[in-house]
Design a protein around this ligand. Structure first.
Ligand SMILES: Nc1ncnc2c1ncn2[C@@H]1O[C@H](COP(=O)(O)OP(=O)(O)OP(=O)(O)O)[C@@H](O)[C@H]1O
Ligand SMILES: [Mg+2]
Length: 251
């Protein structure tokens, strides 16, 4: 496929969404911008978009192979992902396998408490209201999704968690939590959209519990890109690495 990039439809905090010459397709451009705290802390990290697009593509491919419907069509080149255009559902669907971050501030979970079964939490994706946590009654009353759609989203999310948790464990990576977004494709199917990257997931080294995700940026550490590159080098196979010319990052 050789899609043509068209008009910019939307510029978010870390990605841009462009029209293409096919009506139901978009190009998601992963930028180098990184933000935290509702966008208050904002920087640019060289090649962050490059690595996040490659990492996300790998996860989307794994999920597609396991029968999950995703937006992913192809990575045109690092940074530029060809996707199905979705009508996004304004929910941040968060899955937690280990309690850390905001959940231990809001509720009396112990830091690093294992959550089995995992918690699925849904926040309203709305910067004006600061992404408040929802329950099903509020979500349906606001017409963000129907009860049936919510049930379906939970079912798919549990599957995604199992697939990715197992894949990552094989790569010696712990998967404490992650945030995903869904939308409707042109046939009305609920489809996984957005990204799956160290910007939107927590990844810890299995043995040392070393942090390998955006928490490093939130905490003002300097080695953010090293961690993102390490995730890429751990999850990609040699063929992927050669294809995306990232063999130089192998340590
Ligand atoms: N396949 C898709 N089709 C259309 N829109 C998508 C698709 N995947 C993701 N999006 C939307 O594109 C935007 C991606 O940009 P980004 O993640 O940078 O935005 P954001 O910072 O999360 O949030 P905001 O939307 O509040 O600016 C998000 O609004 C996301 O919901
Ligand atoms: Mg986003």
């Amino acid at each position: 496929m050789n899609p043509k990039i068209g008009d910019l439809i939307y510029a978010g905090k870390a990605k841009d969404v462009y029209e293409t010459d096919t009506p139901n397709h978009v190009i998601v451009k992963f930028r180098d911008d990184i933000t935290a705290g509702d966008g208050i802390k904002c920087e640019s990290l060289v090649k962050k978009g490059y690595y996040n697009s490659v990492i996300s593509s790998k996860f989307f491919e794994i999920l597609e192979e396991s029968g999950i419907k995703t937006q992913y069509i192809e990575l045109i080149k690092p940074g530029y992902m060809l996707c199905k255009k979705l009508r996004m559902i304004p929910l941040e669907v968060i899955t937690r396998n280990i309690a850390t971050g905001s959940i231990v501030k809001k509720f009396p979970f112990h830091h690093n408490q294992i959550l089995n079964p995992p918690i699925i939490q849904m926040d309203y994706k709305n910067d004006v209201y600061h992404d408040p946590m929802l329950n099903d009654s509020i979500t349906t009353a606001l017409s963000l999704a129907t009860q049936q759609e919510l049930n379906n989203i939970r079912k798919i999310t549990f599957k995604i968690n199992n697939i990715l948790k197992d894949f990552l464990l094989e790569k010696n990576i712990l998967f404490p939590d992650f945030k995903i977004e869904y939308g409707f494709d042109s046939h009305g199917n609920i489809v996984l959209g957005d990204e799956i990257s160290p910007d939107t997931c927590r990844f810890w080294d299995l043995k040392s519990w070393e942090v390998l995700d955006k928490d490093l940026f939130r905490n003002g550490e300097s080695n953010v890109m090293d961690a993102y590159m390490k995730i890429a080098s751990l999850i990609l196979n040699n063929e992927d690495k050669e294809k995306w010319n990232i063999s130089h990052i192998l340590k």
